[in-house]
Design a protein around this ligand. Structure first.
Ligand SMILES: NC(=O)C1=CN([C@@H]2O[C@H](COP(=O)(O)OP(=O)(O)OC[C@H]3O[C@@H](n4cnc5c(N)ncnc54)[C@H](O)[C@@H]3O)[C@@H](O)[C@H]2O)C=CC1
Ligand SMILES: O=C(O)C1=N[C@H](C(=O)O)C[C@H](O)C1
Length: 247
């Protein structure tokens, strides 16, 4: 496939490596320097675009790809408050968008089991639940997109928790969540690639369910695999749809 890389930072550069390794070509690399002059005509002819940029740019990039008729895989997080609007635009334009807060196989299995765990513990009200995420100090958004997906999996399977609230440790006064609020605690530490933990605590014990990324390679390979899956499809998809264990 001919791939456009939208964003050429930590993720874009690793994705390039995996794309070449899997026999694809890089059609164009876009960052904030050449993005302002880019038009739909410039990207026509590419098979797919992969966006790992920044939230406002990802929204612009999705619009550009819809205009050009180029399918786009979006790994960028921090724009999910606009999800419904983007979905409507994509379906109206008969376009092709696949998004996901995390493209690694490990985290997608984690998402799946997180839902099962929440369902299993739903009757046992003696357990309170909280989510923790740890990322590098350069991360722009909090909570992480992955933590939001985890929280949604818990909220969908809880009759106690109604919404999530976030606190960034060290940045603000500590939030004391109300019983119906699911706390997502964000930590920003050095160069941590991404660690997510779900904690169920009762008076007598604690269950910890944790995923630790050792590098960004799992995210990058997953993004290329997602682009291969999207090739030739129309519609608005989540990365979870590409994994058989979710069927
Ligand atoms: N879904 C997933 O599996 C993962 C998602 N991410 C998300 O991907 C995004 C990028 O992460 P990193 O590569 O670590 O960040 P980064 O800061 O290293 O790279 C972002 C890149 O976007 C570029 N950029 C800025 N404005 C742009 C524009 N208007 N058009 C195109 N490019 C532009 C910057 O030059 C930079 O190269 C973040 O939102 C992060 O949360 C990161 C890892 C995995
Ligand atoms: O910004 C990052 O680095 C990451 N972002 C994604 C997120 O917000 O969940 C995925 C991964 O955890 C790394």
């Amino acid at each position: 496939m001919n791939i456009i890389l939208l964003g050429y930072g930590k993720m874009g550069q690793i994705i390039e490596r995996y794309a070449l390794k899997r026999g694809h070509q890089i059609f164009l690399v876009v960052d904030e320097h050449n993005r302002p002059s880019l038009t739909a005509d410039d990207i026509k002819g590419a098979d797919v675009a992969i966006d790992f940029s920044v939230p406002f740019a990802a929204l612009d990039n999705m619009n550009l790809c819809l205009e050009a008729g180029v399918p786009i895989v979006v790994g960028t997080t921090g724009w999910y408050d606009q999800l419904e609007e983007v979905k409507t635009k994509c379906l109206e334009a008969d376009g092709s968008i696949l998004y996901g807060s995390n493209f690694s196989i490990g985290v997608n299995v984690f998402f799946h089991i997180n839902r099962m765990l929440a369902k299993a513990l739903q009757p046992y009200k003696q357990y309170d639940v909280q989510v923790e995420e740890i990322h590098h100090i350069h991360k722009l958004d909090a909570p992480s997109g992955t933590a939001i997906t985890i929280a949604e999996g818990i909220l969908d399977n809880s009759d106690v928790k109604t919404n999530w609230v976030n606190t960034v440790i060290g940045d603000q006064d500590e939030i004391i969540p109300k019983p119906q609020e699911l706390l997502i605690e964000s930590h920003r530490i050095e160069e941590v690639p991404g660690t997510h933990t779900v904690l169920y605590s009762s008076e007598v014990d604690q269950i910890e369910f944790k995923h630790t990324a050792h590098s960004r390679d799992g995210f990058a390979l997953g993004a290329v695999v997602a682009a291969e899956w999207l090739n030739g499809k129309k519609g608005f998809y989540q990365v979870t749809e590409i994994f058989d264990f979710n069927k």
